[in-house]
Design a binder for this molecule. Structure first.
Ligand code: CAA
Length: 284
């Protein structure tokens, strides 16, 4: 039987989590956002309200729909408040031990039919689910940055994901206005398996050819039709997120192209993470 989803929980309200919460609100779901501190959750609500206000100003959202969406967002610092959710989408820190602790807490808090989805890009969904008494309730829902704008969501079937859980997550992806694709729990799923080594190649090309980030970006935008150049994209994703995902892929697949380029590792060590720290390949 198809599972009905009315209330969506989002755990971790950073760039990805707040984008996912925005999507759930815009699609009409009651939405509960959880952060470790309520101040961080309030900052996420301000970001969501800002982007929704921009839509009103640009005439793509009615003021009443804006007000309704913002009013449907509840914030909490307590996992127990997610008890009434039909699905909880986790977008917390990419660390298996952190996710295991969180998923155990979630399983103890929610009802037995609640789906637990992870937005992980670098970890195995099967490994995350292994901490639970009921790993069949877990699947991946991998959104792309910025989540409100990127049309794709990868729906990931882990080793023990139940069929109705997978299909409910797939249907939810469509209701959130995305194009969902069916993936298995392989390293990098589909897009990052291709995109991460490709971005690594781009960074190595910088060093091999001596071209500037500006020229490389212009090359890929105007010669290959990319919506933004690879250096601008890495600054958007963040050197920390990219290097971590790159290391995870390299660890599993052992192809030299998967390993993070030395230049990106140096940027990470220097705190030049991109937009989030004000400096990466470009300054912001
Ligand atoms: N959240 C919500 N709304 C946002 C937003 C965000 N983070 N960023 C921008 N917006 C809204 C803004 O209101 C903005 O309008 P204003 O500037 O007038 O306020 C509106 O969206 C349009 O923004 P842009 O003008 O910046 O949009 P654009 O048409 O230039 O497109 C883009 C931007 C969608 C990012 C486009 O450049 C693009 O597709 N880039 C490629 C991104 C990409 O490849 N992402 C994947 C990264 S890899 C990944 O995510 C996987 C992983 O696991 C790490």
């Amino acid at each position: 039987m198809a599972r009905e989803i009315h209330t969506v929980g989002v755990v971790g309200l950073g760039a990805m989590g707040s984008g996912i919460a925005q999507l759930a609100l815009e699609a009409g779901f009651d939405t509960i956002g959880r952060e470790v501190e309520i101040g961080r959750a309030e900052a996420a609500r301000d970001r969501i309200a800002h982007f929704l206000t921009r839509k009103v100003e640009k005439g793509t959202l009615e003021q009443s729909a804006h007000d309704d969406a913002v009013a449907r967002l509840r914030l909490t610092a307590d996992v127990a408040d997610l008890a009434g959710c039909d699905i909880v989408i986790e977008a917390a820190f990419e660390d298996l031990a952190v996710k295991h602790a969180l998923f155990r807490e979630l399983e103890a808090a929610v009802g037995e039919d609640t789906i637990l989805a992870t937005n992980t890009s670098a970890l195995s969904v099967t490994a995350i689910a292994s901490a639970l008494r009921h790993p069949e309730r877990v699947c991946g829902m991998h959104f792309f940055n910025p989540a409100p704008l990127m049309p794709l969501v990868e729906i990931v079937r882990a080793e023990r994901t139940a069929e109705d859980v997978f299909e409910a997550a797939f249907a939810l992806g469509s209701k959130l206005g995305k194009t969902p694709i069916r993936c298995t729990d392989t390293p990098g799923f589909v897009v990052n398996r291709v995109l991460i080594p490709l971005l690594n190649d781009c960074v190595r090309v910088l060093d091999e050819t001596g071209v500037t980030p500006e020229d490389l970006d212009a090359g890929m935008k105007y010669g290959a039709g990319w919506p933004m150049g690879p250096c601008a994209l890495l600054d958007l994703v963040g050197a920390d997120v990219h290097v971590h995902a790159s290391e995870a892929l390299y660890e599993k697949l052992r192809e030299p192209r998967m390993a993070p380029p030395a230049r990106l590792v140096r940027m990470l060590q220097a705190g030049k993470l991109g937009r989030k720290t004000g400096e990466g390949f470009y300054t912001y």
